[in-house]
Write a protein that binds this ligand. Structure first.
Ligand code: TRP
Ligand code: SF4
Length: 474
C-alpha cells in the first residue's frame, strides 16, 4: 500500500496504517480533557503523541501546526483540522496555521491570485473557530523566507530515491512539486526553529508520508543521535530487545556466553565475535559530524549523570536515564548552534464521507457542505444525502440501519460537542442500529443541526473580517 497525499483516493483501510507504517492507535485515556474527536474515535492514530501529552500535563512548552493548500472551497471536513489547532492552542500550544501556497501552485496549478483568495477564506474560518491571532501564527509558505532557507537545508539531507520511495514519484514529477515536500517538512519543523519543543501536526492520514519524511530529516539534522547499547561493538536494532532481556535476566554475562543462549544465528555470530567482553546496558550518543568543541562539552556535561566512556565517534554513558541523556544532548547541541529537533508528533483523523457517498471532496459541491453554503442549500444537501438506511421503513425497523456506513450519522459524530454531545451521538447510533430511527426524521434533524451550525459559523466569520486585515503575514 502506498499513500498519495495528492491523490483522490481516501485511505481505505485504516488498520493497515498501523501495521504497514507504524502509526500507533490513539489513546484518549490519558489526555487531559480529551477533545470530542478524540473521545469518539475520529482521531484514531498518532505518532509520538506522548511527548505532547506530557508537555500538556507538565505545562511545558509545545507547539501545534497544520495547514492546507489554498486550492478549493473550505468544507466542514476541513474544519476538523482547524478545530484541532484551536483546541491545542487553548491548551497552551504555540500554534501555527500554514497556507501551503507553494504546494498549491506546484501540485494543483493554482494561480497566486487564487491562492490569495482562498487564503482569506480559510483564515476567516480559523478565526471564527476561536484561533487567537495574537498568540498564534499564520503564514503563507511563499512569504516566509526563514522557512524556505530551512527547506533548502533539508534538501541537502534528502535525495531523489528517498522521495521516490516515499511518494512514488518518478522521472516525470516536476521539481517544484518535489521541492514542495521539503517545504512541508520545513513547515513541520518550523515551530522548533527558535527552540526545540514537542510539536503535534494534526492531519488526515493521507499526510502521513510527509511525517515519515520529516521524522527522518529531523533525525538527520541533529548533531547527535541517542540509542541504547550493550557492548562496545554494534548490535543491530532488531536484536536489541532480545539482548536487553537476556542481559537483564543473566548477571555478568559475556558476549560469548550469551551467544550460546540466543537462538538467532546472526545475533549469536555477532556475539561470539565479541568474545569475553562483558555485556552491560548503556546509553550511546553518536556524533553526526558534531564539531569537536560540542563533543568535548557533551562529554563533560554527561559526567553529571554517570560514568562516561569516550570513543572516536561516540560516547557511552552508564547507569543514566535515557531521558536525562537526551535532555543534556539537546541542550549542548543547541548551545553549539545545532537544531536539537524533537521528532514531530502527529495525530490522524478519519475523513468524512461525502454526502453522495465516496470521499468528501472540495471539487464536488454536492459531496460537501462548504462553509460558505447558504444554510438552506446545506439543508437540502443533507436531505438528499445517501444513508445507511434500508429500502423500506418496515425493513429498517426490522433490521436496523447501518450508521457505520452513513454520512448522515457522521454529521452527528463529527460535530462540535456544543452542537451534538457524546450522549446524543451515541443515541443516534443506537437508535439507528436497533431500528428505532428512520432516515427521514434523522436527516431533517441533521439538516437543521448543520444549517444552524453554519449560520453561526458564518456570523463569526463576518466578525472575523476585521481581524484578517490585521494579520500581516497575509
Ligand atoms: N499538504 C497539506 C495539504 O495538502 C498542506 C500542508 C503544507 C501541511 N504544510 C503542512 C499540512 C504542514 C500539515 C503540516 O493540504
Ligand atoms: Fe443514517 Fe440516520 Fe438513516 Fe441511521 S437513521 S441510516 S443514521 S440517516
Amino acid at each position: 500500500m502506498e499513500i498519495d497525499p495528492w491523490g483522490s483516493d481516501s485511505v481505505e483501510d485504516y488498520s493497515r496504517l498501523f501495521e504497514e507504517f507504524g502509526i500507533d492507535e490513539f489513546d484518549a485515556s490519558d489526555v487531559p480533557e480529551p477533545m470530542e474527536l478524540m473521545r469518539r474515535g475520529i482521531i484514531f492514530g498518532e505518532r509520538d503523541y506522548d511527548l505532547v501529552k506530557e508537555a500538556m500535563r507538565e505545562g511545558e512548552e509545545y507547539a501545534a501546526l497544520s495547514g492546507f493548500m489554498p486550492s478549493g472551497n473550505l468544507h466542514i471536513g476541513h474544519l476538523m483540522v482547524l478545530r484541532e489547532l484551536v483546541w491545542h492552542q487553548e491548551r497552551g500550544a504555540d500554534t501555527y496555521f500554514v497556507i501551503a501556497d507553494l504546494e498549491a501552485h506546484s501540485a494543483r496549478g493554482m494561480t497566486w491570485e487564487e491562492c490569495e483568495r482562498y487564503t482569506r477564506e480559510y483564515v476567516l474560518s480559523l478565526l471564527a473557530l476561536g484561533f487567537d491571532p495574537e498568540e498564534g501564527t499564520v503564514y503563507r509558505q511563499s512569504q516566509n523566507r526563514e522557512l524556505q532557507d530551512l527547506a533548502f537545508e533539508l534538501g541537502e539531507q534528502t535525495n531523489f530515491n528517498e522521495l521516490n520511495a516515499i511518494y512514488g514519484f518518478d522521472g516525470e514529477t516536476n521539481i517544484g512539486h518535489m521541492q514542495s515536500t521539503l517545504t512541508q517538512a520545513a513547515d513541520i519543523l518550523y515551530p522548533q526553529l527558535e527552540e526545540p519543543k514537542p510539536t503535534v501536526i494534526p492531519v488526515g492520514a493521507d499526510q502521513d508520508p510527509h511525517l515519515r519524511l520529516t521524522r527522518g530529516l529531523a533525525r538527520r539534522m541533529r548533531m547527535f543521535g541517542v540509542t541504547e547499547a550493550y557492548a562496545s561493538f554494534e548490535i543491530e536494532d532488531e536484536h536489541k530487545e532480545a539482548v536487553r532481556q537476556a542481559v537483564e535476566g543473566l548477571e555478568d554475562v559475556t558476549a560469548a556466553e550469551l551467544a550460546e543462549e540466543v537462538d538467532d544465528g546472526e545475533l549469536s555470530e555477532r556475539l561470539r565475535a565479541g568474545g569475553d567482553e562483558e555485556l552491560k546496558p548503556r546509553t550511546r550518543v553518536l556524533s553526526r559530524d558534531a564539531p569537536e568543541d560540542a563533543f568535548d562539552a557533551l562529554s563533560d556535561e554527561l559526567e553529571s549523570l554517570g560514568k562516561v566512556e569516550r570513543f572516536e565517534e561516540h560516547l557511552d554513558v552508564y547507569d543514566a536515564d535515557r531521558e536525562d541523556v537526551e535532555r543534556i544532548v539537546r541542550e549542548v547541541e543547541v548551545e553549539h548552534g545545532g537544531y536539537g529537533f524533537y521528532p514531530p508528533s502527529s495525530i490522524y483523523h478519519r475523513f468524512m464521507t461525502g454526502l453522495t457517498g465516496g470521499k468528501m471532496s472540495s471539487s464536488v459541491p454536492k459531496s460537501h457542505i462548504a462553509v460558505t453554503d447558504e444554510p438552506d442549500e446545506a439543508r437540502e444537501k443533507v436531505m438528499s444525502a445517501t444513508t445507511g438506511g434500508r429500502e423500506t421503513a418496515e425493513e429498517q425497523r426490522r433490521l436496523g440501519g447501518e450508521p457505520d456506513d452513513c454520512p448522515v450519522y457522521e454529521l452527528y459524530a463529527y460535530a462540535d460537542e456544543e452542537v451534538c454531545d457524546d450522549e446524543h451521538a451515541e443515541r443516534v447510533y443506537e437508535e439507528c442500529a436497533n431500528g428505532e430511527r428512520l432516515c427521514g426524521g434523522c436527516k431533517s434533524e441533521a439538516a437543521d443541526m448543520t444549517a444552524d451550525y453554519l449560520e453561526e459559523h458564518q456570523e463569526k466569520r463576518e466578525e472575523a473580517e476585521e481581524k484578517v486585515e490585521e494579520l500581516d503575514a497575509l
